[in-house]
Design a protein around this ligand. Structure first.
Ligand code: MG
Length: 351
């Protein structure tokens, strides 16, 4: 069984945890520049339509009383470390996706045991870290992630083995990875609105609608996600990516988001005591083409500025054509461990 954990409104929740005057208020964590984007919105801000990756000026238009606080990655990293140590207790493998999100391979095929593990983790995170984590439990990654998403905020959902396809079938196609609002509109015009319909598409239809990505998408829709949890200990790269809730054409905007992703990757490299020499970007265009570019730096690095500069060079070489971008990611690979401190954050506190 696999559990997917995701801290609820992580950056905003850390701010509210540490400053009681912010609790219960609509809050956005964001940079302060005129063109900044929202990194996280508190649950109080979400009824106004405020979402992460949204330009801050737009968030302010939607919610006049929005409180904006700057990000504090040192505090996020500290909270993340504490949570990851808890995720790992009793797990066979832990795969971090970002500071606040992870897949855990629970060494059992018993759903009741897996669910009790997730309950215990959520309780410990609340008690020891003061935050709420939602959880999804399934035999597969995508289903666990979707279940976690459905359980939010502050919930837990377990999907019994064998019921994955039936669980997915009635869901909107937008729950599948890479299917954004624009594609949903395009699919709706063809009366394709549910995941179950994607599961039944022919090869030809799949290719016409999704290109080369189609077959993989259909397997996911059928509840056949065979990807394993890849333990961070074996990690060969550290990456961070974001899917836009709107298609982005503006290069300046892409550069801003790259800067935020570079911060995340740099913080996670530092947390793992890792440095890398290969720096790359991945982007998904609105025609579903994946474009990847990478470059090499002379010295292994975990420096934000170096990663950001290299990622920007990659962006200059990326072939966007006339296309908008719906997903952008930054990745650092060819990793070496820093020698100063060999104890990984995932090895937990000394006995
Ligand atoms: Mg989260």
């Amino acid at each position: 069984m696999i559990a997917h954990f995701d801290l609820d409104a992580f950056y905003a929740s850390v701010a509210q945890r540490d400053d009681p005057s912010l609790r219960g208020k609509p809050l956005a964590v964001s940079g302060s520049s005129r063109r900044a984007v929202v990194l996280t919105a508190s649950y109080e801000a979400r009824p106004f339509g405020v979402r992460s990756a949204m330009p801050l000026y737009r968030a302010r238009e939607l919610c006049a009383e929005l409180i904006v606080v700057p990000p504090d990655f040192a505090r996020y990293r500290e909270a993340s470390r504490a949570c990851f140590a808890i995720f790992e207790s009793g797990a066979r493998a832990l795969e971090g996706l970002s500071l606040d999100e992870a897949f855990v391979d629970i060494a059992t095929d018993d759903i009741a045991a897996a669910t009790s593990y997730a309950v215990a983790v959520r309780e410990r995170i609340r008690r020891e870290v003061g935050l709420s984590a939602s959880a999804g439990v399934s035999t597969q990654k995508m289903v666990a992630k979707i279940a976690c998403d459905e359980a939010k905020p502050d919930g837990l959902k377990s999907i019994p083995p064998g019921s994955e396809a039936a669980y997915l079938a009635p869901m909107p196609v937008g729950k599948l990875p890479g299917i954004g609002p624009k594609t949903q509109v395009r699919l709706a015009a063809e009366r394709i609105e549910r995941i179950g319909q994607v599961a039944e598409l022919s090869e030809a239809e799949l290719f016409r609608l999704f290109g080369r990505w189609g077959r993989e998408l259909r397997e996911l829709a059928r509840g056949n996600d065979t990807r394993n949890v890849v333990a961070d200990r074996e990690t060969r790269s550290v990456s961070s990516e974001t899917t836009f809730e709107y298609d982005v054409r503006d290069i300046a905007e892409l550069r801003r988001v790259l800067a935020e992703l570079a911060v995340d990757v740099a913080e996670r490299l530092a947390a793992h005591r890792l440095r890398g020499t290969t720096i790359g970007i991945k982007l998904k265009r609105d025609d579903f083409t994946i474009v990847a570019r990478q470059t090499t730096v002379a010295q292994p690095t975990s420096e934000r500025a170096t990663i950001e500069a290299a990622a920007n060079r990659c962006l200059e070489r990326a072939d966007l054509g006339e296309h908008a971008v719906r997903l952008l990611g930054v990745r650092v690979a060819t990793l070496t461990e820093e020698l100063t401190e060999q104890i990984s954050m995932f090895e937990g506190p000394p006995a």
